[in-house]
Write a protein that binds this ligand. Structure first.
Ligand SMILES: Nc1nc2c(ncn2[C@@H]2O[C@H](COP(=O)(O)OP(=O)(O)OP(=O)(O)O)[C@@H](O)[C@H]2O)c(=O)[nH]1
Ligand SMILES: [Mg+2]
Length: 323
């Protein structure tokens, strides 16, 4: 199974070369030997990363991997400066991490912008090299080369709460009911192929919730959609486990925990809330979850009936303890 969602790309970046300084001499009628008047070269353009809050994926890099800033213009006669090269500005969604080609983390972009590669300095023209002993210098500087770099961009969504669960458990339904967003919901596994974000608010607090594709036993070995989407919940404070009550609850919960642990043990350190969903399918039958969730807050829900088990307040209260 494949997802078209792009959250990791390799880019080839190049900043501009500085323009060369000019070597030139003044020419005027009646002045046979004018002094030096070669101007400076312009600066090469920078490569800049800028956070754009309207972006949520790296899909715009699907066909564009090379970014090159403009070179600075060479200096000119009559002390004229060459023009600076234009910067290249690369828009990325908030939460983008820049890695070197070996996968080491270099920068994390949450807001604002960074100059990632500087353009080369422009060279000085011969007008700067006049001295008492050399009135007609032919010396000038070359512009400095720009820089080249290959980097990997990886998107890790910025959210406060992450939803985890088997496919078809009701994660997207949860997002829809609780945040009034409009994700795709359907009665088959792997409906969600890319992360969705929604916002829960009580008018004061704003909680961002990330719905990711379902995970199954063996996700860490690549089963289903694999576990690559788990990076999007690496930053959250709270994990909400959405569990279908008609499954073997204990087994489902331990499968989910095991897959999280295999991806990154740190995910197990996050606060947990369990939502036992689809209670309408129990036909009034009571179930006892015993000790399974003894250290974890849990509640029952029938999302399809808009009965959320008050999970909104549980989340908002838990978030309060986090700040
Ligand atoms: N009976 C019942 N069905 C529900 C309930 N909540 C969700 N569903 C249904 O369960 C199916 C799956 O819901 P989704 O929200 O798409 O599940 P998901 O966990 O996002 O699934 P994936 O994206 O495939 O991982 C849909 O047909 C929903 O209408 C519930 O409380 N009761
Ligand atoms: Mg879904």
């Amino acid at each position: 199974m494949k997802s078209k969602y792009l959250d990791r790309v390799t880019l080839f970046l190049q900043s501009g070369k500085g323009g060369d300084g000019s070597c030139s001499f003044r020419r005027e009628s009646f002045v046979p030997k004018g002094g030096p008047d070669g101007g400076d070269g312009g600066k090469g353009g920078d490569v800049i990363f800028r956070v754009n809050k309207r972006l949520f994926t790296l899909n715009h890099f699907r066909y564009k991997h090379h970014f090159k800033a403009e070179n600075g213009e060479n200096g000119k006669s009559r002390k004229k400066h060459g023009k600076d090269g234009k910067d290249v500005i690369i828009d990325v969604p908030p939460g983008t991490v820049i890695l070197d080609k070996n996968g080491n983390e270099l920068n994390e972009l949450i807001e604002g912008e960074i100059v990632f590669l500087r353009g080369g300095r422009g060279g000085r023209g011969n007008v700067h090299f006049k001295s008492s002993v050399n009135q007609a210098p032919r010396r000038f500087e070359k512009g400095k080369e720009g820089e080249n770099e290959e980097v990997i961009l990886e998107l890790r969504l910025i959210a406060d709460v992450g939803l985890v669960g088997l496919p078809n458990a009701g994660k997207s339904t949860f997002l829809k009911v609780v945040t009034k967003s409009n994700p795709k919901i359907a009665d088959y596994p792997f409906t969600t192929l890319e992360p969705n974000l929604g916002v829960l608010t009580d008018g004061v607090k704003i909680v961002r919730i990330a719905d990711i594709p379902g995970i199954i036993e063996g996700a860490s070995e690549g089963k289903g959609l694999g576990n690559r989407f788990l990076k999007h919940i690496s930053r959250v404070n709270i994990l909400v486990f959405v569990i279908d009550v008609t499954t073997d609850i204990e087994k489902t919960y331990s499968t989910l925990l095991m897959e999280l642990e295999k991806y990154d043990r740190k995910l197990l350190k996050k606060k947990r809330i369990v939502l036992l969903n689809k209670t309408d399918l129990l036909d009034g039958k009571k179930i006892n979850v015993g000790e399974i969730f003894k250290d974890v807050k849990y509640t029952f829900a029938s999302l399809i009936n808009n009965d959320t088990g008050n999970i909104e307040n549980i989340i908002l209260n838990q978030m309060k303890n986090n700040v």
